[in-house]
Write a protein that binds this ligand. Sequence first.
Ligand SMILES: Nc1ncnc2c1ncn2[C@@H]1O[C@H](COP(=O)(O)OP(=O)(O)OP(=O)(O)O)[C@@H](O)[C@H]1O
Length: 622
Amino acid sequence: MASEILAPAASTNHSAISKVRVVARVRPFLPLEGSVKSYRVPVSCISVLDQAQISQEEVTVHLKDPETSRNECYQLDSFYGQEDHTVRQIFDKEVNPLIPGLFHGCNGTVFAYGATGSGKTYTMQGTEEEPGLMPLAMSRILSLCEETGCRAEISYYEVYLERCHDLLEPKAKEIVILDDKEGQIHLRGLSKVAVNSMSEFRETLAIGFQRRKVADTDLNDVSSRSHGVLVIAVSSPVCADSGASVTGKLNLIDLAGNEDNRRTGNEGIRLQESAKINQSLFALSNVIYALNKNLARIPYRESKLTRILQDSLGGTSRALMIACLNPGAYQEAVHTVSLAARSRQISNFVLPVHKHGTPQAKVDMQSKLQTWLESKGKTKSAQRIGGFGSPFSSKTPCSTASKLRKPLFNSSAKVKKTADQSAWKQEKERSVTVAFGNLVEKEDVVNSITTKDHDAVVKVKFNSPRKALSPLHNNGIQKPMLEVSLTDHLLTANTPKTPLPANGELKSFGTPLDKFGAQVSTLKSCVAQEYVDFLNTASREELVELKGIGVKMAEYILDLRETSPLKSLTDLKKLGLSYKQIHNLFSKAARGMFDRTEDLPETTLSTNDEERRCNNVLGSVP
Ligand SMILES: Nc1ncnc2c1ncn2[C@@H]1O[C@H](COP(=O)(O)OP(=O)(O)OP(=O)(O)O)[C@@H](O)[C@H]1O
């Protein structure tokens, strides 16, 4: 057994394209369920269309609302119904096959996804009587470690209110999520504990379980308020010849559940937790959507959860998703299974992670991947895999994509840059364009831009379910200035850095009043854009100093602008600031600019003073 496990990766071919495997697990009805709604035996809304399919490679999951008879079908990889009582069955068929790969340096991720109360924690942690996937996996890994002389270490952390906390060795400092140039995720500050036996494992983890945030809600007495992640790392002994060691990691993730707050009865902190949970799960659905649509930019940075799952969705880990289902909750089941079905389309490119990998090996693997993709007619995916998380790429995930995006900004966005704008800023603004591709309400293609850079033609589609910041197409289109009201113009001013029109250009505006109106309008637009630029570059402290932006909003802006810099002041509205707050923010920034003379401290201003003030304002316009 040991020799089979430690055989070189090449001979056992652990490097491969690996689709995310998705299975459904339906928990049984709980004692109180069913009797609440009626006295009849409760009927499950979830079944498999053809029972004979269960042993096949694909199953059709049928969801039917017993009250309205609405129904839907989805294809998944496997199905575990209410009658399959043991988690061991899932372990043997689904998780166990991932374990030998760890000993070759391949990473694996198992994550339980589903609505609150659907049985995620039960499946992952289990109970004393029925161990869950976490202890079952540890037990198997320990027995293989014994045979092979490998070492096992565990880490356990939670993502609570968008912050990562070590649960084995609590610290004041948050754990920092980093990715290396090969796209691998690293957690700075996370402790590791060596584990040699199951009793050590249980003892260590029990403390972590107690520290994890759990609370009583109307839908679950022991509802997880955080995403909990157990990492089991397996390291081979250091090779005497090469000094190399191989480490493979298994992430076992118990996600917090989607919550419908009309039903949870959540208030106060529970509601805040719930908002963060739902936000991160929404980010997860955006990532899955973007991967399925082969979008050039995958919004991993929208939440901590998607950051930690980055390597498992479109990266280099093997991944298993367990869609946990409550048999009495039709709408929740539709939501969970539809996302699960979409996750099945995602491909990862699994390869062993050797601490001392040779460049030659990487090049060979790249050509292998390229050949495979070309044979499948999937060269677009090759670009993505090359760009996101591929160990073949020496560039950061953004760099490949931004190369593709570059011409978009030169030709269609028509952004006028001042000489002092840094390359960093340009890069950020580039990423805005594609980021907005993911932010439009309808799933239909609502806009597409074709542009040329050298010989390549890049077509970017804007087709995502989410609406957030300004869509790109606003960028190049300007309303005639005189038709725009003052506040309208301030809040939508997204023509960056337009210099004031020269007198000659204003002739077409007709009367002197029209000209003046146009100049004022442009001026405001410039100041608004300056302000947006400031918001995109200011430090946390500078943001906090702004009236109306508290610490939380400052941090939210910092987080968000990493991937989707603000395009206009309207974006602040979409971040949750009220119209009045934005107005106050802006008017403070532009104080003095529009004051009437009687508002000023001096009652009279000389022409020179007015000129000077005007020059000051104009001086800020590039
Ligand atoms: N297979 C099962 N057999 C028996 N009881 C189960 C099973 N799965 C779940 N349960 C019970 O259902 C309830 C909800 O399960 P659990 O806490 O695991 O849900 P969850 O999805 O983790 O919820 P949350 O997202 O709120 O944390 C618990 O009381 C649990 O004991």
